[in-house]
Each structure stands twice: as C-alpha cells, then as structure tokens.
Design a protein around this ligand. Structure first.
Ligand code: HEM
Length: 399
C-alpha cells in the first residue's frame, strides 16, 4: 500500500483466507463484500480483494496497469521466478508471442474433431455407472473424464490417465499431503516425461499439440526445454481440476435444482446455455491475482504500485449489477450470460472451447441416459481458495 494512504483493513477480506469458508458456503461472504467493501484490503497477506464484476473485468483487460508476472496466486505474493512457471505468469509482449503459438491448437475449429473421441469417453464412463444405486460421481466420472481428454489432446496413451492424475495433483500446492522432496520427485518425473515426449515428436511429428509445440519457433528459435515444459505442464494442470469441478459441481447444482434439470431434459437445445450458467454458478476457478505496476485506483480506491489485487471471479459471477435480481438463482436458459468463469481479457482461458465441448458432451450423453439426478448423501467440498473443489458427490441417477 502507498505510504501515507491509510486504508481501513477489512475484516471481511481476512475471512477469504479461511479454508473452512470454501468447505462450506462462501457466497454469503462474497455478497457482503460486494455490497459493503467491493475493494477490500486484506492486511495480514497484503492484497486488495475485488468482488464486483466491473472491477474484475477492468483489471483483467489491463496488463499494463495490472501484471501477472509477479504471481497469480495469494501464495505467490513476494515470490519471483527465473523463468515463468506458466503462460499465465507472463505479460505482453512475451505473453502475446506465447499465446499466438498455442492459440491455433485450441480454437473451436481445432477442437471440433475431438467431438467423437470425447463422446466415446463420456459414453463409456456413463455406461459403467450403476443405475438406481448411489454413486460418487467424482472418482467415477469427473476425475477420469478430463484426464482422458488431455491424454487424447497430447497424443499420449489414454491408459496413462492415472499417472497424469498423480502428476497434476502434485503440481498444485496444498492438494495433497506430501513432503517437498516427494513433490519435487513427482514433478521431475512429469517434467521428464513431457519434455521426452516433445523430443520424440520433434524427430517423428504427429498431428497433435505436442508436435505443434515441439516444432514451433519464436523468432526462428525452437522452444527451450523449460518453455516446452511450461506449456505442457500447464495444459495438463489447467484443463484437469477446472473441468473436473465444473462437472462435479454442475451435477450437484442440477440435483439441487430439479426444476432446472427438468428444463434441460425437456429441451436439450438449452444445454449450451446450461454450460455457461454452470460455469457462472460453480466458478471452478475462484480467483486469480494481479499486481499493480504503478500508483492507480480501482473504482475510486487508491492502489499503490506493487499492491497485489485478487480478482474473486466467483463473487463477480453473482453480481446483481450485471446479472440482475436473479444473480443468485440458477437459470439454465440465462442469456446473455457475461460470466467471468473462464477469466476475461488478456489471459482469457485458452482451453475455453475444449472445456465447453467437454461439458456440453457430458450433459448431452448424461441426459440421453438419465432423466433424474438426486443427492444421495453429503456433498464434500474442498478447502481450496483457488479451485472450488468437490471431493465427493454421491448421486442417484435414474433413467
Ligand atoms: C471448466 C474448465 C476451465 C475453467 C473454469 C478455466 C478457467 C480459466 C481462467 C479463469 C483462466 C484465466 C487466467 C488468468 O486470467 O490469469 C484460464 C486461463 C487458461 N486456461 Fe483455462 N479453464 C478451464 C479449462 C481449461 C482447459 C481444458 C485448458 C487446456 C487444456 C485450459 C488452459 C488454460 C490456459 C493455458 C490458460 C492461460 C491463458 C493465458 O495465460 O493466456 N483451461 N482458465
């Protein structure tokens, strides 16, 4: 915070740090912050929390004023990196060059051919579910599905998905109890596998993302091993937990709102709208961070150069200023739906077309088999302040 500018510390912003909040229901706190302290200073960790849609959007589109290179998570405040761990940690012009390189592999026309293999994966997982018995859809459906898709996307053996699961879990701090040595060893294994895969594709290219990256050149130079690892690890990690929790959280939301499920069963043409609404409703990525590059302001609140600002997407996604009086209501037909569940602006989710395709196919295949989804036990939510995780979701699916 700038010297000489006194900002009252917000007790409410401190509550954002409490893991118990996320295992329970954080939305009442988001509503309170948005209406009473939309730009709130969290003194203990030193960041501003933004909960209004307008403020989160304004920061997202302005990397010159709010950069990503100083970290995108609260736990990264004060860290610095020799080389960026992900593309999300870069700013223009480097970010623009990286993004241009990978964007073609992820545009809607590029992911459309994946429809058939993804549909086959969804169908096989759904056909293996017990009918009329309670099933925890997290391990049975939501965990394997995006991992199998990523294997397909990277052109690796789909049977490798359990290994990818272990690697991805180790890449996210706080996900698993493990010593730094254990985490380091798993990360090295992942690094070696993915960089090795890229080396293989460099000598015998195939029609997949790894080959495209392995052969790509920036200013005439091949990507370094560190850059290749940066991309490949990010694709593995970014597309995994996010999609997993959209599916788990989305199915729980439909079980909790039978009227909305009925609308979808009766009118499957609503499914693409439902995907957007479930992205808004579940907000699988709770928040990401930026750092002010100069003294500035957000909605009249002075922000000093170097101040971190946390964009709480999940709060912005229920902002009545944008979503009206029904902001707190699930509406599978909502249109327009300018949610920020996939981010906004410069770093807007690269995998958005794939995530949307996966979610649409899962809903289409599920509703072709089951017309009723009921809660069959307690839903367990994870304590992460970054990913809105569902760790267990016992559901009863009926035809
Ligand atoms: C429901 C699923 C998903 C959600 C909710 C989600 C959410 C997000 C969000 C909020 C951002 C913005 C990051 C920022 O502004 O700093 C982002 C960026 C990104 N996402 Fe996704 N994502 C999902 C699926 C995927 C998939 C399937 C992939 C790829 C396989 C992917 C790859 C990426 C990448 C590479 C970025 C960084 C883009 C950049 O820095 O320009 N995501 N995602």
């Amino acid at each position: 915070m700038a010297e000489g500018i006194a900002h009252p510390a917000s007790e409410l912003a401190e509550e954002l740090l409490d893991p118990a909040l996320y295992a329970d229901d954080p939305f009442p706190l988001y509503d309170q912050l948005r209406s009473t302290a939309p730009v709130a200073w969290c003194a203990s960790r030193g960041f501003w929390a933004l909960t209004r849609h307008a403020d989160v959007s304004a920061v997202s589109v302005d990397p010159e004023r709010f950069r990503s290179g100083a970290g995108i998570l609260v736990d990264e405040i004060g860290h610095s990196y020799d080389s960026p761990p992900t593309m999300m940690h870069t700013d223009p012009p480097a970010h623009t060059r990286y993004r241009r390189l990978v964007q073609p592999s992820f545009k809607p026309t590029a992911v459309r051919p994946l429809d058939a293999p993804i549909r086959a994966m969804a169908a096989s997982l759904l056909d293996a579910l017990p009918v009329g018995d309670a099933v925890d859809v997290v391990p049975q459906l939501s965990v394997p599905y995006p991992l199998q898709v990523i294997c397909e996307l990277l052109g690796t053996d789909p049977a490798l998905w359990p290994t990818f699961y272990e690697w991805s879990e180790a890449a996210i701090p706080g996900n698993r109890e493990m010593t730094p040595e254990e985490r380091g060893a798993i990360q090295l294994e992942m690094w070696e596998h993915l960089v090795g895969l890229a080396a293989e594709r460099r000598s015998s290219p195939q029609d997949d993302v790894v080959s495209q990256l392995a052969l790509a050149r920036i200013d005439g130079e091949e990507l370094s091993e560190a850059e290749l690892a940066m991309f490949l690890i990010q694709l593995l990690v970014a597309g995994n937990e996010t999609t997993r929790n959209l599916i788990s959280g989305g199915l729980v939301a439909l079980a909790e709102h039978p009227d909305q499920l009925r609308r979808l069963v009766e009118d499957p043409a609503l499914i693409p709208h439902a995907v957007e609404e479930l992205l808004r409703w579940t907000s699988p990525v709770v928040s990401f961070l930026r750092t002010a590059t100069r003294d500035t302001e957000i909605s009249g609140t002075p922000i000093a150069a170097g101040d971190p600002v946390l964009m709480v997407y999940a709060a912005a996604n229920r902002d009545p200023e944008v979503f009206g009086p029904s902001a707190g209501t699930l509406d599978v037909g909502r249109d327009p739906n300018p949610h920020l569940g996939l981010g906004f602006g410069t770093h807007f989710c690269l995998g958005a077309p794939l995530a949307r395709l996966e979610a649409r196919i899962m809903l289409e295949e599920l509703l072709a088999r089951f017309r009723s989804i009921e809660l069959a036990g307690d839903v367990v939510r994870g304590p992460s302040s970054i990913i809105a995780g569902v760790t267990s979701a016992p559901l009863l699916l009926r035809r």
